[in-house]
Design a protein around this ligand. Structure first.
Ligand SMILES: O=C(O)CCC(=O)C(=O)O
Length: 339
């Protein structure tokens, strides 16, 4: 019965009579308030599956800000990447859904971020049955699979601020998204070998993200990542095409995804610490459960519009960084307000 009702929500009549009106109403509310009603967010996710992604392209045309004119020189981590190399990277990203952009952080930057991640209390996931839910990461005695660091503290870290202000990263995202990007998330977390069973909550089962109509995630590995220490895994090209049975929201078992996509479509992204990877996580991806050790990762997300999942609006202190960035980049910094 439950399955039948669920399947009904994927049907075309349901789409025409319920989902499209809900989405349209949500767009009107969003335009007035900057907030998306839950039913419109849900409708966006369902319609994405029913229309094979076309409804999201319509949303992007409706909501995204036009791209700023490209500047000939873009300072930052990708400044040394020539035009031809950058365009080849963008082509790979469009074709495969991800691209490895090489080792981009210095040892000093990495050490400083690791020090922050060790000393800052993080939220344990899944919630442990005993002891505190907020705790510092201890590599000798991990108490959970994931330690998620708090975003308000993270965005005050000087290296994170450098990355947020990095024009070359923003330029890369702008070219991929085809519009003026907005930052909608900065995240960092430890993954551990606390349990070998894949955790759905810690995103260790295949899924696609659909918090917004279009987005790009930049991941920085902050520890060396091998096949044993939790590589980010991606099903090549699954952001563009997928078998009919996989146009369904939710977590999917490895066996199902690999059977339907072909085992050779799975890529484990192993790389040394400091490596930058751009991923369109509207394709199937997951973190592989760790066999040993731990992994620290930093993520910056760029989106076309804040429509969709509830997002954090953060009041930031009136420091020079926030004042200057907020003023120079009102679209990119839209969810931050200076106190
Ligand atoms: O930990 C990972 O590599 C997976 C992360 C993930 O699913 C996400 O950021 O959307």
């Amino acid at each position: 019965m439950k399955t039948l009702v669920r399947e009904l929500t994927y049907s075309r009549p349901f789409a025409w009579f319920v989902l499209w009106p809900a989405l349209w109403m949500g767009v009107m509310v969003f335009r007035r308030t900057g907030r998306t009603p839950w039913f419109a967010y849900w409708a966006m996710r369902r319609l994405y599956c029913i229309t094979r992604g076309r409804s999201n392209r319509w949303l992007v045309r409706l909501l995204a800000a036009p791209p700023e004119a490209a500047s000939p020189s873009v300072a930052g981590l990708l400044a040394t990447v020539g035009e031809a190399e950058r365009d080849a990277a963008l082509d790979s990203l469009r074709r495969d859904g991800f691209v490895v952009l090489g080792r981009r952080l210095t040892d000093a930057q990495i050490e400083s971020l690791i020090e922050f991640a060790r000393s800052t209390p993080a939220r344990l996931m899944p919630t442990p049955s005993d002891g505190p839910v907020i705790d510092r990461f201890d590599s000798k005695r991990p108490r959970a699979i994931k330690y998620d660091l708090p975003e308000p503290a993270l965005i005050e870290h000087p290296v994170v601020q450098e990355l947020l202000a990095d024009r070359s990263l923003r330029d890369f995202a702008r070219r991929y998204l085809g519009c003026e990007p907005i930052n909608d998330l900065v995240a960092m977390w430890w993954s551990t070998a606390h349990s070998s069973a894949a955790s759905s909550e810690a995103a260790q089962l295949y899924h696609f993200d659909m918090d917004r109509p279009q987005f790009l995630k930049l991941f920085f590995y902050l520890t060396d990542v091998t096949s044993d220490t939790g590589p980010h895994c991606y099903i090549r090209a699954s952001h563009r095409e997928r078998p009919a049975a996989l146009w369904r929201d939710g977590r999917h078992q490895d066996e199902e995804v690999l059977r339907l996509h072909g085992a050779d479509s799975e890529v484990e992204i192993t790389a040394p610490r400091g490596t930058l990877i751009a991923v369109d996580t509207s394709g199937f991806h997951k973190g592989k459960p760790l066999a040993r050790g731990h992994r620290l990762i930093l993520q910056l997300e760029y989106t076309s519009a804040l429509f969709g999942q509830e997002y954090a609006r953060i009041r930031v202190p009136p420091s020079e960084f926030w004042r200057a960035e907020r003023e120079a980049n009102p679209v990119f910094m839209a969810r931050f307000s200076v106190a």
